[in-house]
Design a protein around this ligand. Structure first.
Ligand code: ADP
Ligand code: MG
Length: 256
């Protein structure tokens, strides 16, 4: 059974895209067929996996607005069975354009229905907002992974995110759940990180992943080469931690 997971937090720069790319690559490394849907107009997941925006002729905008079959917007990466439905800047218009369309919340769900049987995991990289793009992502998802940056105010804004989740559960997708909360960019040199971890664990309890992603320079370098961390530096600590996260995600889904 395919699992569709949104990677979401309306704060920018918390590690959503880094997590989408590297979790996807590590699931793929473990033998899974993975599709990334880039639902952020910035298209960082697209370029971070080596897909040139100039080579993209069909993207997630066409699926949402023109109701193009998703099959024709799937691009392959260097990894076999790691595919991407890309985003380009035209997706920025979708947020407004969707508001006048019918069944707007279900556009991504409908698009995915035609392709998801070919994958084990679909990861949706969400934009830093809680508008129509995120609502489409949540409506199409089984669950959500929330990356939280290990800093003060980490929990700020999460109540808005959880409100949006409840709204989507109520109106469009009652089965939607929280897959897990992921602490990112942890800095062991400050006490701050440890305090934040404790606070987040107190709030989200066993929904917080055991794996904590430290701040690691190589994780920030990899996307500029269009590579995930395991293709950029397989032996690095960054590859290790994202592989540990992939294991946790697979275990939670009864997967080996
Ligand atoms: P978001 O998608 O939530 O906006 P990104 O994944 O793009 O966040 O991360 C924001 C910035 O921080 C990027 O430049 C990224 O390379 C960097 N970054 C993300 N995670 C880490 C990490 N664990 N260590 C170091 N840099 C990171
Ligand atoms: Mg991003």
């Amino acid at each position: 059974m395919v699992k569709v997971i949104s990677i979401a937090n309306q704060k920018g720069g918390v590690g959503k895209t880094t997590t989408t790319i590297n979790l996807a690559a590590c699931l793929n490394e473990a033998g899974k067929r993975v599709l990334i849907v880039d639902s952020d107009p910035q298209g960082n997941a697209t370029s971070g996996l080596g897909i040139k925006k100039s080579d993209v002729s069909k993207d997630v905008y066409d699926v949402l607005i023109n109701q193009l079959p998703m099959k024709s917007a799937i691009y392959h990466t260097k990894r076999v069975h790691l595919d991407v439905v890309p985003a380009t800047i035209q997706l920025a218009g979708a947020e407004i354009e969707l508001t006048t369309q019918t069944a707007r919340e279900q556009r991504l769900l409908k698009g995915l229905a035609g392709v998801k049987a070919q994958y084990d995991y679909v990861l949706i990289d969400c934009p830093p907002s809680l508008g129509q793009l995120s609502i489409n992502a949540f409506t199409a998802s089984d669950s959500i992974i929330i990356p939280v940056q290990s800093e003060y105010y980490a929990l700020e804004g999460l109540s808005q995110l959880l409100n949006t989740v409840r709204l989507v559960q109520k109106h469009f997708n009652p089965e939607l759940s929280i897959e897990g909360v992921l602490l990112t960019m942890y800095d062991a040199r400050t006490n701050l990180g440890a305090e934040v971890i404790e606070e987040v664990r107190k709030t989200f309890r066993d929904r917080v992943y055991q794996t904590v992603i430290p701040r690691i320079t190589r994780l920030a370098e990899a996307p500029s080469y269009g590579l995930s961390i395991i293709d950029y530096d397989r032996k690095s600590r960054g590859a290790e931690v994202y592989q540990a996260l992939a294991k946790e995600v697979m275990a939670a889904n009864g997967d080996k």
